[in-house]
Design a protein. Structure first.
Length: 189
């Protein structure tokens, strides 16, 4: 992203995604979600700290550029700790449905990208790493779809069918975005 109006617009997408997830965590007042989010930041900062120089600020700042990676790590901690597996759904008893939808959708995004990238010529992973605004926008759309499914099911349950559909469709969407939207995005910035 360059310092052009288009680049600032793309950066705004990342900032808005990050602010929304912070607001969702603060509004839920869920201590385990906040603890998982903080722990995920530390894990991501440690994973990104691979520079030969003794002091580098990049590992501390990169999680803010990839908030969906940060949220995905938090989801991989929060979902197993709070879900109850049922025959037809993932249940989150006593949890905020919006928070459950946020974490479920991001976990589906990450499972899909990791699982299907080898069969899709690594295109979903390329968009994941090289186009944070697109991945954040797709992650937010996945959150809205998962929230709709949880609200239909009531009782804070994520139906298996909707969650599995997200796991399969999100990497396909990222691969499609890599084909037709990435060239336009490069011309835009």
């Amino acid at each position: 992203m360059t310092a052009t109006p288009g680049g600032f617009l793309l950066l705004l997408i990342i900032v808005l995604f990050f602010l929304h997830l912070c607001w969702r965590l603060a509004h839920s007042r869920d201590g385990s979600a906040i603890a998982c989010f903080a722990a995920a930041y530390l894990v991501l900062a440690l994973l990104l700290d691979r520079h030969p120089e003794p002091v580098s600020i990049a590992p501390l700042l990169l999680p803010f550029l990839y908030p969906y990676a940060w949220l995905g790590l938090a989801a991989s901690m929060w979902v197993p700790a709070n879900m109850r597996v049922e025959r037809r759904a993932l249940a989150f008893p006593g949890r905020d449905p919006r928070l459950a939808a946020l974490f479920c959708s991001q976990l589906a995004l990450h499972i899909g990208v990791i699982g299907l990238s080898p069969w899709l010529e690594w295109r979903p992973l390329a968009v994941y790493v090289l186009a944070p605004p697109l991945t954040a926008a797709i992650g937010y759309a996945a959150y809205l779809l998962q929230l709709l499914a949880i609200r239909r099911a009531q009782d804070c349950r994520a139906p298996w069918a909707s969650w599995a559909a997200l796991c399969l469709l999100l990497p396909l969407l990222l691969a499609g975005v890599e084909r037709w939207l990435m060239p336009l995005l490069l011309d835009f910035t």
